[in-house]
Design a protein around this ligand. Sequence first.
Ligand SMILES: C[C@](O)(C(=O)O)[C@H](CC(=O)O)C(=O)O
Ligand SMILES: [Mg+2]
Length: 292
Amino acid sequence: MTSVTSAGAKLRQAIAQEQPLQIVGTINAYTAMMAERVGHKALYLSGAGVANASFGLPDLGMTSLNDVCEDIRRITGATDVPLLVDADTGWGGAFNIARTVKEMTRAGAAGFHIEDQVAQKRCGHRPNKEIVTQGEMVDRVKAAVDARTDEQFLIMARTDALQQEGLEAAIERAQACVEAGADAIFAEAVHTLEQYQAFTTALNVPVLANITEFGATPLFNKDELAGVGVKMVLYPLSAFRAMNKAALNVYENILAKGDQKDVVESMQTRAELYDFLNYHSFEEKLDSLFKK
Ligand SMILES: C[C@](O)(C(=O)O)[C@H](CC(=O)O)C(=O)O
Ligand SMILES: [Mg+2]
């Protein structure tokens, strides 16, 4: 096996090895550690996740490059698994996109996806999205490819064109992005396996399926997606949604009952928490460094 050095190289290797590669959203460093421990080979930092979880904001292009880089650093500082990052629209013109590539690489990201929505973007599964021209999207990709400091950093082009312009136009955009140097394609808000098949047949780079809940895409199984040539399956906010529901239940219970006895069963124990954190090895280090 060739030696793997950069985060980008690790992500490319994972895409080549896993069929398809499952990429799970991790909202913070600790959930990333749990995902790593149970065996996930690729992690994801969601733009919606940064906005919702870190800032209490909707996913409408209100967070900045620095906001996202802070969360990247926290996750890549705690795990060795490659992290794919949501770069939304790249936050501006060619030079801004170049900074996005460089800063995300410095923060430890393995790759990003950049999309063809207008700056005032929306969640990909909401109605009334607006997209930039194919030419402008191709320029975004070119700027990203040109700015790479780690040649293995994965540049994934996301197209939101299916909703407004239909399948053929979306595929044509994706092809233009590949010609401009995109390493992979994120086909957003796809409805059927046949549509995924059309993307994968037309493209000679890996295609990602975004299997986000309560959206436009049915919850296809990874084997169904592999069957139509999809190489990466994304679960951007699945754990976040589950965490939110669990937390809400705890808050409501404490208020209603005056204690948390009824919800303790739903909690991760202190021992489990410490295990994922390698807490005891830190304590042992303290003991050996500062023996009384
Ligand atoms: C993948 C996504 O871009 C994200 O920010 O996680 C979102 C996910 C979601 O809102 O469910 C998107 O698909 O736009
Ligand atoms: Mg997003």
